[in-house]
Design a protein around this ligand. Structure first.
Ligand SMILES: Cc1cc2nc3c(=O)[nH]c(=O)nc-3n(C[C@H](O)[C@H](O)[C@H](O)COP(=O)(O)OP(=O)(O)OC[C@H]3O[C@@H](n4cnc5c(N)ncnc54)[C@H](O)[C@@H]3O)c2cc1C
Length: 500
């Protein structure tokens, strides 16, 4: 058979190692090229931001700087980063290539509706053009899974026993791009967003592996559980691997294996290692849930909540987004997230709890803002977590966080509050966490004017928290919510497992 061209379509799997599509394409020994598309239809979605685009571009820089060499002549792997819709890019490559394009290799993408739609268009295009599109599973996630019957066994098999998919570079052949393709790619160069000063994490596998090593071997993970809920120290003591996993700079299997090899070394205490291991598993549990029921992007997973009424107060929503609700812990968390792209799990949950429970806003109104700000935006975690914290699953324990209590417990000295809300720095705790409790006289003593130096709360917090609890526990008992609960448990929970 005459030689043909194979393409590795990179899709949020921006690494060279443990990469099944790369391994498969390279093993063929036929000319191969890698393409990462920056698709306008996807990037114009409100969940994406220039913060993500920057991380993607940095990941590409890292891939280019560390290109593996193919074949006996050690030719660097050709890789292109182009701003184009998928069908247009593959059509352009097909027209410009000097060989027939016969195969595309990629991972199955657990994406949003727009990317599922694009995949459907690409499937049609491949069928019409006689191109075989070979997709590999995303970790242990299974496409079209309807029951979790053997989910745990499958996870163990994939994570602990399946070999890492390491390409044999010496067997591969690099495609020599034609001038026509190089010119097309040059014309479709992806603009590079500016780096935001507050966003500390740089994209790319090199950085991903550094974070992994410093967490597992460098002592950073010591005290993981003690710090996990504290907004400031979680920044150091949590792994901070989420953007590297979300953009595929690291595979989950690589992280699971690295944890297994370091377990027993005592650098990461056993309790912390166990807690970390559970979260790696949760990650895939959530992604599988979204893969199996991706309508969660737009609808309540539990249809029993479909007639629930939500507030449409856009002033409240704006205050929540900008960190001006008048509740210090909520505002400090939002301001720090907006500036840095990171927030620990507990405080993410508290932001959703405040928006959905105290202000009674719809989770859909909170969704895009949070997704844009989280450097680690991962649709497979974002939507299921958002709905879980918004208490519209009917399955999970209802958690209504009191932000004042959270401040007292997770930031007892008020340092995090003072850092992100300097206008409150002159107030001692506990006033810093609840400035509305200051009397006028106290305010004068501290040189602080309520409502002028910092906003008064949007709503009466105590009353709103109590009303939210009544509303949410009441809703959970409704027959239509309970009926859906049974369906959700059957679909998304392994038999015999309890759900909290
Ligand atoms: C409303 C909301 C939205 C979220 N959206 C995202 C998202 O878009 N992307 C994302 O990666 N995480 C998301 N999370 C989960 C969690 O907050 C982050 O994974 C975690 O804070 C990232 O920090 P880390 O890497 O230091 O985590 P670590 O605590 O070090 O955990 C290691 C890894 O385990 C996974 N993980 C940890 N906690 C969870 C969890 N509760 N659920 C699922 N996976 C978990 C992540 O991949 C994480 O990188 C969300 C949580 C909430 C409440």
């Amino acid at each position: 058979m005459n030689p043909s061209l194979s393409v590795v379509w990179l899709k949020r799997d921006l690494r060279w190692s443990d990469h099944a599509p790369l391994a498969q394409a390279v093993a063929l020994g036929e000319p191969v090229v890698g393409i990462l598309l920056h698709e306008p239809s996807l990037w114009s979605q409100p969940v994406y931001s220039s913060r993500h685009a920057r991380f993607e571009a940095e990941s590409v820089d890292d891939l280019v700087a560390t290109r593996p060499e193919l074949g006996p002549n050690r030719v660097p792997f050709p890789v292109f980063y182009v701003g184009s819709e998928a069908v247009e890019a593959f059509e352009a490559l097909r027209a410009a290539a000097d060989l027939p394009l016969r195969r595309i290799f990629s991972h199955e993408e657990v994406g949003i509706d727009v990317s599922f739609d694009r995949d459907r268009r690409m499937k049609r295009w491949c069928a019409e053009r006689g191109v075989a599109w070979v997709e590999s599973p995303y970790g242990s996630v299974r496409r079209g899974l309807r029951r979790r019957t053997d989910w745990n066994a499958h996870w163990n098999e994939v994570m602990f026993r399946e070999p890492l998919a390491e390409p044999e570079w010496s067997r591969g052949t690099a495609w020599v791009p034609t001038p026509a393709w190089t010119e097309w790619a040059e014309k479709h160069k992806v603009p590079r967003p500016e780096r935001e000063a507050g966003v500390a994490q740089t994209g790319g596998p090199t950085w991903g592996h550094r974070y992994l090593r410093s967490f597992l071997e460098g002592g950073r993970g010591r005290g993981y559980m003690a710090h996990i809920s504290k907004p400031e120290s979680a920044r150091t003591h949590c792994s901070r691997l989420s953007p590297y996993l979300a953009w595929g700079n690291l595979s989950l299997k690589q992280v699971v294996r690295a944890l297994s090899t370091t377990q027993g070394s005592k650098i990461l205490p056993a309790r912390d290692a166990r807690a970390f291991a559970s979260r790696l598993r949760w990650r895939e549990h959530f992604v599988q849930k979204f893969e199996s029921e991706s309508r969660m992007e737009f609808e309540h997973i539990n249809r029993g909540y479909d007639h629930q009424e939500f507030s449409q107060n856009s002033a409240h929503l704006d205050a929540w987004k900008t960190g001006n609700t008048g509740v210090p812990m909520v505002d400090a968390c939002m301001r720090s997230l907006n500036a840095t792209g990171y927030l620990n799990f507990r405080m993410r949950a508290m932001l959703v709890s405040y928006g959905c429970h105290v202000l009674n806003l719809h989770w859909k109104d909170l969704s895009a803002h949070l997704a844009q700000q989280f450097l680690d935006f991962e649709p497979g975690i974002h939507y299921p977590q958002l709905q879980m914290q918004a208490a519209v699953t009917g399955v999970n324990t209802v958690r209504v966080y009191n932000p004042v209590k959270q401040a007292e417990e997770q930031d007892p000295q008020g340092e995090f509050l003072a850092q992100w809300i300097p206008e409150l720095a002159a107030l001692p705790m506990p006033f810093r966490a609840a400035p509305w409790t200051l009397t006028e006289l106290d305010g004068v003593a501290f040189g602080f004017a309520r409502g002028t130096d910092y906003p008064e709360p949007l709503v009466d917090l105590k009353k709103a928290l109590s009303e939210a609890r009544i509303r949410l526990y009441g809703a959970k008992k409704r027959p239509e919510v309970r009926a859906e609960k049974a369906r959700i448990l059957e679909t998304h929970v392994a038999p015999g497992r309890r759900f909290s």
